[in-house]
Design a protein around this ligand. Structure first.
Ligand code: ZN
Length: 612
């Protein structure tokens, strides 16, 4: 069986990701904490809010803070930080003091609607519980402190009794998935099979419950309750909910050897991978319901592409790597990491996007005349990152994903004496392997270049190295995206993935991208911004073969490239024969770095000469 090597056994110790993890620790963690203080989220754990007071707790606040605790715990596991630890301990003390005698804990149903627990399927109680369980496990792993874990085990015991044994809640499965994957994690950490049994119950009951259909009117695809999970063939509904569910399905399939469940995971992954994922790895194209829509519906200007959905897809792909080693899972994780995930955060680490569009035209935003927020009205994503949202799921999710990125690099298959290298980051890993201890180091400036040097110390083994899907003409056959090298103690393996600038086309069914290309170098998607290239980016036509690296302040080179744009016209319409072009040198920056220099047009899918 292939097992992931956890983040705690891998240290990212240089290069691109070390800088970002440092920023995550130094800036993002305290900044998100501060915002959660200001908005009342941290204090809400004291459960002393009274009607009429400001900062009425929302039913998802527990989860926001839980994700912050989880992210902070990952940081603490590798970098002691007394202040961070004290902040967590205060929240844990408040939670423990306000946990109800039977184990229940939820801020909203304690102070805003007491007496109504487990009545509304869509109100995130079990979602909050799931995130608190994940935080509890992470904090116990990082510090050995089990106060939060003990609280959450008591809560899980209550949930088990109410849902699986007594069926006494008003619904059978949660409206927002998360607790399923958290319970698998709790089972793994505690060794208690009952938590896996409860996860199994929630997964197997979804889409089969008459009570759930009655409890919640409307479209049951929204929370993946339209079919039993093993019969689901397309990614439907709210993208984050869907992908968290698929994570838990893959977890359970791996632990139970459940082939029908694994088959469903493959089919759902294929549907996303082949038809419903942006070139940035983002998913969920519609802001209405934060939903997957239909195949190839990948609009750029209105792309919803929630940061949490990018993270959730990477989490799903990471679990699929356990079911079968196939390089496309690592490809998806890499696509998310360098694009749809990284774009979520400003270069200073302080501000965040919830939505990550692939095109911005600030002038158009004025045409949206809806005074009040209306889910059916035309919607444009915001053009500048902000420090906190009223629905602030993304910032702490970004914190925890960044802090645990080292857990994406490796897996080990003891039976085949094989170690899989899924991602390339400067790092050093130590883990039990083959009856001894293995040390694997990576020296690389990836993705500035594609040069990687791996050094192995430990028992004889095979290294399975992912050849990124964007590499053309590798010159050596790969096995499902991997090449294999036999290593003995002291072996060095060197790789060099060529990284020319590429012009990527979309499937013809993606009508929005018709006749256009996305410029990529290695795993990184590039974009144009008006601040470099002037307005009206849709009219710019790039000329392949003229590119050169250019300076940039985001850690990766920009690309300078020859381009033309049409000469200005006075009339609204003209004759093709009168068309004239003006040459200029365009500048493209990594997509993740957009919107760091004020409001500006931005475009990923550009016209390319010869691509018409
Ligand atoms: Zn989010």
């Amino acid at each position: 069986m292939i097992k992931p090597i956890p983040y705690s056994q891998v240290e990212i110790n240089g290069g691109f990701w070390q800088q970002r993890q440092q920023l995550n620790h130094d800036v993002t963690a305290p900044s998100v904490y501060h915002q959660f203080d200001q908005t009342g989220r941290n204090g809400a754990f004291r459960c002393d809010w009274k009607p009429g007071e400001p900062n009425e707790p929302h039913f998802f606040w527990d989860s926001d803070v839980a994700k912050w605790i989880e992210g902070a715990a990952y940081i603490l596991a590798q970098h002691p930080d007394a202040q961070l630890e004290a902040e967590i301990d205060q929240i844990v003390d408040d939670l423990a003091a306000n946990q109800q005698p039977d184990g229940y804990f939820n801020i909203y149903y304690t102070v805003v609607e007491p007496g109504k627990r487990f009545t509304v399927r869509g109100n995130h109680e079990l979602y909050c519980a799931g995130h608190l369980i994940e935080a509890a496990v992470a904090y116990a792993q990082a510090t050995g402190k089990t106060k939060l874990l003990d609280c959450m085990v008591r809560y899980a015991e209550l949930i088990d009794r109410v849902f699986r044994v007594e069926h006494s809640a008003a619904f059978d499965t949660p409206g927002h998935e998360e607790i399923e994957l958290a319970l698998v994690r709790l089972a793994d950490y505690t060794g208690e099979a009952r938590w896996l049994e409860l996860a199994r119950y929630f997964i197997n009951t979804r889409g089969c419950s008459e009570k759930d259909i009655q409890n919640e009117k409307g479209d049951h695809t929204y929370n993946q309750s339209h079919l039993p999970v093993r019969q689901q063939r397309t990614a439907e509904g709210h993208a984050v909910r869907a992908e968290y569910l698929y994570c838990a399905m893959a977890d359970l399939a791996a632990r139970d050897g459940d082939q029908a469940l694994a088959d469903a995971c493959h089919t759902l992954f294929d549907n996303i991978f082949e038809r419903r994922m942006y070139v940035t790895g983002a998913t969920g194209s519609s802001h209405y319901g934060e939903n997957f829509t239909v195949d190839y519906d990948l609009g750029n200007l209105h792309a919803y592409a929630e940061s949490c959905a990018s993270i959730a897809l990477a989490m799903f792909a990471r679990r699929m790597e356990q079911l079968e080693p196939d390089g496309r899972y690592g490809d998806v994780i890499e696509r998310v990491l360098y694009n749809g995930f990284l774009s979520s955060t400003s270069l200073d680490g302080k501000s965040f996007f919830y939505e990550n569009p692939l095109e911005i035209r600030p002038a158009l935003i004025g045409r949206n005349h809806c005074v009040h927020w209306n889910p059916r009205c035309e919607h444009f994503p915001i053009t500048q990152r902000v420090e906190v949202f009223s629905c602030s799921c993304c910032p702490p999710n970004i914190l925890r994903f960044m802090a645990s990125a080292a857990g994406l690099l490796y897996s080990a298959d003891e039976d085949a004496r094989t170690v899989y290298v899924h991602q390339y980051m400067a790092s050093s890993a130590s883990f039990d392997f083959g009856g001894g201890t293995a040390h694997l180091t990576q020296e690389t400036d990836y993705p500035v270049s594609g040069q990687v040097r791996l050094t192995w110390h430990g028992p004889d083994a095979t290294l399975a190295l992912r050849v990124p899907g964007w590499v053309r003409d590798w010159g050596e056959p790969t096995q499902r995206g991997y090449i294999h090298r036999t290593v003995t103690d002291g072996s060095v393996v060197e790789l060099d993935f060529p990284m020319p600038v590429r012009f990527v086309t979309a499937n013809p069914n993606v009508q929005e991208d018709s006749g256009r290309c996305a410029v990529m170098r290695g795993p990184v998607v590039y974009c144009m911004e008006a601040v470099d290239n002037g307005d009206n980016l849709r009219d710019v036509r790039l000329i392949p073969g003229t590119d050169a690296p250019a300076p940039s302040r985001c850690g990766l080179p920009a690309i300078a490239i020859d381009a033309v744009r049409r000469a200005p016209m006075d009339a609204l319409y003209g004759d093709l024969r009168d068309r004239a072009f003006v040459p200029f040198r365009a500048r493209l920056i990594p997509y993740f770095a957009f919107a760091n220099r004020g409001k500006s047009e931005m475009l990923v899918w550009a016209q390319v000469q010869g691509a018409e």
